[in-house]
Design a protein around this ligand. Structure first.
Ligand SMILES: Nc1nc2c(ncn2[C@@H]2O[C@H](COP(=O)(O)OP(=O)(O)OP(=O)(O)O)[C@@H](O)[C@H]2O)c(=O)[nH]1
Ligand SMILES: [Mg+2]
Length: 646
């Protein structure tokens, strides 16, 4: 049996960094709180011992209030790890110990791993690790999660395995009546320490209450009454007891910097978070990201495109097979051309995430999100992640604390332009807009997505979802220069997903499209595809793109948005897409089409994750709502454009 070791700790302290280093896996790492939302395990061995390591979501406490806290509490209750490595941030020990104490109240075998020491030392913190260990009664190890070698930590893990330290207790738990109750609990409950059960009862945890029988609950109620008479509110009693202990621990083992020290991050934030400069800076950053994505990727993209055209031609003349040349090379090639752009986009988004700017973007957007959307700025983080892919973006809504905001954010994230929509913009703008306007057209589409998302939040929020709004309560991490290695791994992982998708979903989709467009005959009236397209095309007539090709492209785009382009590639051949688009669309019609592609139904994978996070009813709602929104907005764009004379 491998040794079961869990990594617990506050958000953003480096748990996943440590996990990746030890297991060689690639969990999401970034510089903002709340990345890991599901537990993930990995196996490795150290000096002949197999270790099963578990990366838990970051939490501030163990009160199963939000989904990620529930994951951690469930895990502790059900799985009983051999050892918990509690990762803490050296410059934030007081707050981090609040969770560590709760893990120790539970009675779990614990090691404290103090991370981010170098950064803390630069800021003027000095942690006396031995002193802290003596005071706490558990091993305290100094680590640097980014370092490849973690022998000291792992040796401590092996040494500590099998021990069972006394659970942490507080002064009020030493009273006779309380002790008697704890003994009674101890006889009936296995797993968590009686002290932890008692504390949860005092905190009013309904789930723990349901684990206990009448006798205990009756006794508890009497004791709670006495405690209330003596100390006041029992929840406060517990919190005070913890803070009291933490104060003593810190006093005895940490030297803090002088109070008036201004950190580098604070200086940067004076500009970046400035009331007037914050928003222009955010817009500028986004503009730069999208410009770099489109322009820096273009030369390589052209090379690849040329390669695919030549390949398609020679394959077609050599084999005479339209299936190979048009179906496969045309469909898949049309999408593969965008690999450079996609990699650059992922690289830049990772940079924003890792530097600490993403958390600032949420802060800057808080006021706008609040007044216009009735949502907190916290929801802007999933929205920004949606520029990469909406699936992980929607998963990341789990750390939003109110259910109303969680569901609402899942519903609006699909309006963000994910990377799959990028090929559509590039091809259509390149075909129909002069060079100097292209960047602005694309940028406007991204902004339109954000605007529609925020307005939708306002429209849907109070009408459909009751409940509390969440406040913007998120700590701003310090700025860090991202490590190139981390960025490249990040980019690679996400980029590979894109390539995989091209080799599977897009390939299969392209084959289906090729088949349907060539049988029974080819053309509008003879092929299945043409007939299908012609049947639904009238729906899009008022929006300016009533041709069967666009209708068909949109239907396949529902499976994966890249298939919009694959459809054109398969029908016209990889090298001829631009010319084909010029033949079918005017610039205004193309704009209307791009707006539709931006807003209409989330792809199947995204709907799947909305169903998982919010339920099938909301997934269906999202489908219908986004279709309607896309139709209305495209109609407005097209009609307005026509009226102005385009
Ligand atoms: N310089 C430095 N940075 C670190 C170290 N460990 C982690 N970081 C950075 O700290 C940030 C947070 O790291 P993660 O591993 O994602 O933190 P986490 O605890 O898993 O966070 P959540 O999943 O959000 O709870 C990232 O930007 C890391 O690059 C370290 O030892 N040194
Ligand atoms: Mg993590």
């Amino acid at each position: 049996m491998p040794l079961k070791v869990a990594l617990a700790g506050n958000p953003n302290v480096g748990k996943s960094t440590l996990f990746n280093g030890l297991t060689g896996l690639n969990q999401h790492v970034g510089n903002w709180p709340g990345k890991t939302v599901e537990k993930k395990e990995g196996l490795f061995s150290f000096r002949g011992t197999e270790i099963e390591l578990l990366d838990l979501p970051g939490t501030y406490s163990l009160t199963a209030g939000s989904p990620e806290e529930e994951v951690v509490v469930d895990y502790f209750l059900e799985e009983e790890p051999d050892l918990v490595v509690n990762v803490v941030d050296a410059s934030n020990l007081d707050r981090n110990l609040y969770l560590a104490l709760q893990v120790m109240e539970f009675g779990l075998n614990t090691i404290i791993a103090v991370n981010l020491n170098r950064e803390a030392e630069k800021e003027g913190y000095r942690v006396n690790h031995e002193g802290l260990s003596e005071l706490l009664g558990v091993p305290v190890v100094q680590i640097e999660a980014v370092d490849p070698e973690q022998d000291q930590l792992l040796e401590t893990v092996l040494r500590q395995a099998g021990k069972r330290p006394e659970p942490v207790t507080y002064e009020f738990m030493k009273r006779d009546d309380v002790r008697a109750l704890m003994e009674l609990i101890g006889e009936k409950i296995r797993g968590p320490s009686p002290g932890w059960i008692l504390i949860k009862l005092l905190e009013g945890d309904e789930r723990v209450e349901s684990m206990l029988d009448r006798e205990i609950l009756d006794k508890f109620k009497k004791i709670r009454k006495t405690l209330e008479d003596e100390y006041g509110d029992t929840e406060t009693l517990v919190a005070d007891a913890r803070y009291g202990l933490i104060e003593a621990l810190i006093e005895g083992s940490v030297k803090r910097p002088a109070l008036d020290r201004v950190t580098r991050s604070e200086i940067i934030d004076r500009v970046v978070l400035n009331r007037y400069l914050g928003l222009p800076i955010l817009l500028g950053v986004m503009w730069l990201v999208f410009q770099l994505t489109f322009t820096a990727g273009a030369p390589i993209a052209e090379l690849i495109e040329g390669g695919f055209s030549v390949l398609a031609e020679s394959v077609s003349s050599w084999s005479g097979s339209s299936l190979l040349a048009d179906g496969i090379i045309g469909g898949v090639g049309a999408v593969m051309v965008f690999i450079p752009n996609i990699f650059i986009l992922f690289f830049l988004l990772s940079f924003l995430e890792d530097s600490g700017y993403l958390a600032r973007a949420a802060f800057v957007m808080d006021r706008i999100m609040n007044t216009l959307g009735g949502l907190s700025g916290r929801s802007f983080i999933p929205m920004m992640l949606g520029f990469g892919c909406c699936v992980p973006a929607i998963m990341s809504t789990r750390t939003i604390d109110s259910e109303r905001d969680r569901i609402l954010t899942s519903l609006i994230v699909p309006f963000m332009s994910c990377s799959a929509r990028l090929p559509v913009y590039v091809l259509f703008t390149a075909a129909l807009f002069p060079f100097i306007y292209r960047g602005w057209v694309i940028f406007s589409l991204y902004i339109l997505g954000i605007a529609v998302a925020i307005i939708s939040a306002r429209l849907l929020g109070d009408r459909l979802l009751g409940g509390e709004r969440s406040l913007f309560l998120m700590e701003l991490p310090p700025y860090r220069m991202p490590r190139l290695r981390t960025l490249l791994i990040h980019t690679w992982m996400r980029g590979v997903q894109f390539v995989k998708k091209a080799g599977t979903v897009i390939l299969a989709g392209s084959l289906v499209i090729w088949f349907l467009s060539n049988y029974p005959g080819s053309g509008v009236s003879d092929s299945f595809l043409g007939m299908l397209g012609a049947f639904i095309a009238p729906l899009f007539q008022p929006l300016g793109f009533g041709e069967w090709q666009s209708a068909v492209a949109l239907i396949f785009g529902f499976v994966a948005k890249e298939l919009v382009i694959s459809t054109f590639g398969t029908v016209y051949g990889a090298g001829n897409i631009q010319a084909a688009i010029q033949g079918i669309f005017t610039p205004l019609e193309a704009l209307s089409f791009m707006v539709f592609v931006l807003l209409y139904t989330p792809c199947i994978a995204t709907l799947g994750v909305i169903k998982q996070e919010a339920g099938s009813r909301w997934a269906l709602f999202s489908l219908a709502y986004s279709l309607a929104t896309a139709w209305v907005v495209s109609f407005l764009v097209y009609t307005a454009g026509t009226l102005v004379g385009f």
